[in-house]
Design a protein around this ligand. Structure first.
Ligand SMILES: NC(=O)c1ccc[n+]([C@@H]2O[C@H](COP(=O)([O-])OP(=O)(O)OC[C@H]3O[C@@H](n4cnc5c(N)ncnc54)[C@H](O)[C@@H]3O)[C@@H](O)[C@H]2O)c1
Length: 285
C-alpha cells in the first residue's frame, strides 16, 4: 500500500516532532490537536528547531521550506482524517481518550487507512476494536526526542495484518528511522523493558547503600559503554514519567517487582522530577 498522507494526532512533546519527521520524510502531513494553543506552540517550536538546523548547516533551506509547507494543522479530527493513509495517534496517555479517537478514526478515515498509536504503555489491542478495523491497527512507538531518536518499535497485536506491519515499517524507513518489530504485545515493549531492568538494579544497589548514584552512573558509562548513567537518564526522562510507566506496568502485570521504586516515589512526592524541575537525583541550575 502506498502511503502519501499522514495524520498525526496530538501536538504535544511527541506528536509535533513525529509530524515534522513525517513532513521531512516527504509525506503530506496534518498535525491535529483539540488545543489550538498546543498547535501554535508546536509550530513555534518546529520553526525554531528548523532555524537552528539551518544555522548549523545540518539542513538545507529548500528542505526545511518544503517540509514546513507539507505540514498543516487542524483542530478538526473528522476532516483531517478524511484523506489520511496512515494515522499516528500521539494524544494524551489516557485509554478513554484513545478509545474515543480510534472510534472516530474508524468512522472518518478511509477504509484502507492504517491506524497506529505512539503509546508507550497502552498496547494497540486496547483500541483496535473501537476502530472497527483491528487488522489495520498497531503500535508505532517513537522515542523522545522523535526528530533525533532513530528507533521506532512497531508492535503487532494478535490481529494486526502483515500488510499493516509492512506499510508502517516502510514509513519508518522512509523517515530515516530504524524500525524494529515486536511480534507480541508485552508491557514496555523492548526498550522500556530493558531500561526498566537496568534502572531497577541501579535503584536497588543505591537503596541498599552498595554504591553511590554517582559511582553507579560512572560504572554504566566506563564499564558498560552506556552514554549516560541510569540516574542521569532517569533525570532526563523525568521521574514522574518513570513513576507513571512503573505504575502502568504494575497495573498490567501485578508483579511486585514492577511496582514504582520508593526512591522514585519519594522524589516525585518532593517535586524533584529531574532536569525539568531543576532537581532530581542531581541538581540542575
Ligand atoms: N513523552 C515521551 O517521552 C513519550 C515517548 C514515547 C511515547 N510517548 C507517548 O506519546 C503520547 C503522547 O505523549 P506526549 O508526551 O507527547 O504528551 P503531551 O501531554 O505532551 O501531549 C499530548 C497532546 O494531546 C492533546 N490531546 C489531548 N486529547 C486529545 C484529543 N482528544 N485529540 C487530539 N489531541 C488531544 C493535548 O492537547 C496535548 O497537546 C502518549 O501516548 C505517550 O505514551 C511519549
Amino acid at each position: 500500500m502506498t502511503i502519501e498522507n499522514i495524520l498525526v494526532i496530538g501536538a504535544g512533546t511527541m506528536g509535533r516532532q513525529i509530524a515534522m519527521s513525517c513532513a521531512l520524510g516527504g509525506y503530506t502531513t496534518v498535525l491535529q490537536d483539540i488545543s489550538a494553543e498546543a498547535l501554535s506552540a508546536a509550530r513555534t517550536e518546529l520553526e525554531g528547531w528548523a532555524a537552528s538546523r539551518l544555522a548549523k548547516g545540518k539542513l538545507e533551506e529548500a528542505t526545511v521550506a518544503q517540509a514546513l509547507a507539507r505540514l498543516s494543522q487542524s483542530t478538526d479530527l473528522a476532516q483531517s482524517a478524511s484523506n489520511a493513509d496512515l494515522v499516528i495517534e500521539a494524544a494524551v496517555e489516557r485509554l478513554d481518550i484513545k478509545e474515543q479517537i480510534f472510534a472516530q478514526l474508524g468512522q472518518h478515515a478511509p477504509a484502507h487507512a492504517i491506524l497506529a498509536t505512539n503509546s508507550s504503555t497502552l498496547p494497540s489491542s486496547k483500541v483496535a476494536e473501537a476502530s472497527g478495523r483491528p487488522q489495520q491497527v498497531c503500535n508505532m512507538h517513537f522515542f523522545n526526542p522523535a526528530l533525533v531518536m532513530k528507533c521506532v518499535e512497531v508492535v503487532r497485536n494478535e490481529q494486526t495484518s502483515d500488510a499493516t506491519i509492512a506499510a508502517v515499517t516502510a514509513v519508518a524507513d522512509q523517515l530515516g528511522k530504524n524500525p524494529v518489530l515486536v511480534n507480541k504485545e508485552i508491557p514496555g515493549f523492548i526498550a522500556n523493558r530493558m531500561m526498566g531492568a537496568i534502572n531497577a538494579e541501579a535503584l536497588n544497589l543505591a537503596h541498599a547503600g552498595i554504591a553511590s548514584i554517582e559511582d553507579i552512573d560512572t560504572t554504566a558509562k566506563t564499564a558498560l559503554g552506556h552514554p549516560m548513567g541510569p540516574f542521569e537518564l532517569m533525570d532526563m526522562v523525568g521521574l514522574d514519567v518513570i513513576d507513571f510507566i512503573a505504575q502502568a506496568t504494575y497495573a498490567e502485570t501485578g508483579d511486585e517487582a514492577d511496582q514504582p521504586h520508593p526512591m522514585i516515589t519519594d522524589k516525585v512526592a518532593a517535586g524533584k522530577l529531574g532536569r525539568k524541575s531543576g532537581e532530581g537525583f542531581y541538581p540542575y541550575s
